[in-house]
Design a protein around this ligand. Structure first.
Ligand SMILES: Nc1ncnc2c1ncn2[C@@H]1O[C@H](COP(=O)(O)OP(=O)(O)OP(=O)(O)O)[C@@H](O)[C@H]1O
Length: 305
């Protein structure tokens, strides 16, 4: 499938700090693409570079096969975006706010405001002012504003930031609807992997300005492993005992309580006894399937970072 946005060798330097280091990504049309990574990994900088809100030091960005030209405004008309917390007038309603933005951005389509508000589940006739919106309503108005001109691509920076669990589900459903029923391509960033795992088709893991991996979610799910989790009184001692007793045990220390041993295991009983015989308390043993969060931790070498 052709990429609607392609990034090649994107590098961004702030004086002596390398915020993006040779990033290459392919964002396919009609899909939800997740940029995942910890705070400060470089996700926003990638998005801002696509939008011309910051200028890369090196590298190229292609929109629908054409090299990006930051001076060519038409090229950006296929993109709608929400970067950072949406800024709206606090004393105006949802409709009044969008009327202003429609005017500023030259959106003339008659029903654009009703359509956008309807898509995100906000009442276009409500007089409720922005100041009394819930966080979820504010985020939804931000998305409505981003889709006002019916763009093909939506770029949303942490759209579930600060939302309660219900708000997160609402935003997630809106994004799925926009992608599946309105054929929008959505680039979304998040540092909370469990929030994004359920909706993305493709993902890139970003860490310290680099792409650790770019893959389809389906491929990654196929690589999820089963593991046995041991909650113990002393992880350091446990790791030492395991190292001494097993030549090639695939395990990872999660935190100061948990060790995970990968693979379907008939060794559980033996490992349990081994730990206990070495004076380690074993509080809990469970066998589980990996999640995206686990996968990312493994990719970055556990919690050491
Ligand atoms: N204008 C700037 N000058 C200097 N450094 C900057 C500037 N903007 C961003 N950075 C740095 O670049 C790195 C990447 O920032 P970026 O905002 O892209 O990260 P992020 O992955 O989006 O994380 P967050 O969710 O916290 O915004 C960070 O270390 C940040 O401090």
């Amino acid at each position: 499938m052709e990429s609607i946005i392609e990034i090649k060798g994107l590098t961004k330097e702030y004086s002596s700090f390398l915020a993006l280091d040779n990033i290459s990504l392919k964002i396919k049309g009609g899909k939800i693409y997740g940029l995942l990574g910890r705070n400060g990994a470089g996700k926003t900088t990638i998005m801002k570079s696509i939008l011309g809100l910051t200028f890369p030091t090196k590298g190229e960005i292609y929109i629908k096969g054409s090299l990006i030209d930051y001076k060519d405004k038409d090229q950006f008309s296929i993109i709608g975006s929400m970067i950072d917390t949406p800024a709206f007038y606090s004393n105006l309603s949802a409709r009044e706010n969008l009327e202003l933005f429609a005017l500023i951005r030259g959106v003339t389509e008659k029903n654009a405001i009703e359509k956008s508000l309807d898509l995100v589940g906000l009442d276009s006739n409500s007089n409720k002012i922005f100041a009394s919106f819930s966080m979820g309503m504010k985020q939804r108005l931000g998305i409505a504003n981003a889709i006002l001109h019916e763009p093909e691509v939506l770029i949303l920076d942490e759209p579930t930031n600060g939302l309660d669990p219900i708000g997160i589900v609402e935003v997630r459903n809106i994004l799925i609807d926009l992608c599946k029923n309105y054929n929008k391509t959505i680039l979304i960033s998040s540092h909370i992997l469990s929030e994004i795992e359920k909706i993305v088709d493709d993902i890139a893991f970003i860490e310290r300005g680099k792409v650790l991996e770019e893959s389809s979610m389906e491929d990654i799910k196929n690589r999820y492993e089963k593991y046995t989790s041991y909650i113990v009184s002393d992880v350091n001692n446990s790791a030492r005992v395991l190292e001494e007793s097993y030549k090639s045990l695939n395990y990872i220390v999660i935190d100061n309580q948990e060790i995970r041993v990968f693979g379907l295991d008939d060794r559980t009983n033996r490992i349990n006894k081994l730990l206990i015989n070495n004076g380690i308390d074993v509080f809990q043993i469970t066998t589980q399937n990996e999640s995206l969060e686990d996968y990312f931790k493994k990719l970055t070498g556990g919690d050491k970072n």
